[in-house]
Design a protein around this ligand. Structure first.
Ligand code: SF4
Length: 191
């Protein structure tokens, strides 16, 4: 019987041309790191967007916040997952953490890094990932509200997971405005 010719293939892992593990890892975190680099611009964009949402409070109120929740969450998830690797904790602190989402910390630390940050600024649990808190500090120093990173954050309220932080923050600001306006209105009536 004739011998079948088999071309020789070296027995090493296939490496696609023009790629490297380092480059793949860099690509994985590149958008997240871009957001930190442009934290000041994103801070301005978010503040403008938040003002717009607040301006539309009468509309959300008329429709009902409960009904708006689902479509708002849909949009929020897509935008924030793409940009920040958001985990939809529902209690967004990006404005205080230099646009670096602390929920990407494997230990879910909300108030600064653990003691295990590597000398190159990467995470001790995921050595290829830049520590989210090192990034948070760098991003925060680019922002106008750079000292907000010093605000002590509450523990994550798990009951708020998978809800829209945009909507909650809008409702809270609208309530604050109403409460601030009410004594003034009451004062006008009695004077
Ligand atoms: S802090 Fe929470 S809501 Fe904000 S990006 Fe991170 S997981 Fe998403």
């Amino acid at each position: 019987m004739a011998k079948v010719f088999r071309p020789f293939h070296p027995k090493t892992a296939y490496v696609p041309e023009g790629t490297s593990p380092e480059r793949r890892i860099a690509a994985k975190y590149s958008i997240r790191l871009w957001c930190v680099r442009w934290a000041r611009l994103l801070e301005w964009l978010y503040n403008t967007f938040a003002e717009m949402l607040l301006g539309l409070h009468p509309l959300w109120n008329a429709i009902g916040y409960g009904r708006v929740e689902r479509p708002m969450k849909f949009v929020e998830r897509r935008v924030k997952e793409f940009m920040f690797d958001c985990r939809m904790c529902g209690q967004c602190v990006l404005s205080s953490t230099g646009m670096s989402c602390p929920m990407n910390c494997p230990k879910s630390l909300r108030n600064g890094p653990c003691g295990g940050v590597r000398a190159d600024g990467n995470c001790e649990v995921e050595p290829d990932m830049p520590c989210v808190w090192v990034q948070a500090w760098e991003g925060s120093q680019r922002m106008r509200a750079s000292d907000q990173i010093l605000t002590v954050q509450k523990p994550v309220d798990q009951s708020l997971r998978e809800t829209s932080a945009w909507l909650r923050s809008t409702a809270a600001k609208a309530a604050e405005r109403r409460d601030a306006a009410e004594p003034a209105a009451g004062g006008e009536g009695t004077s």
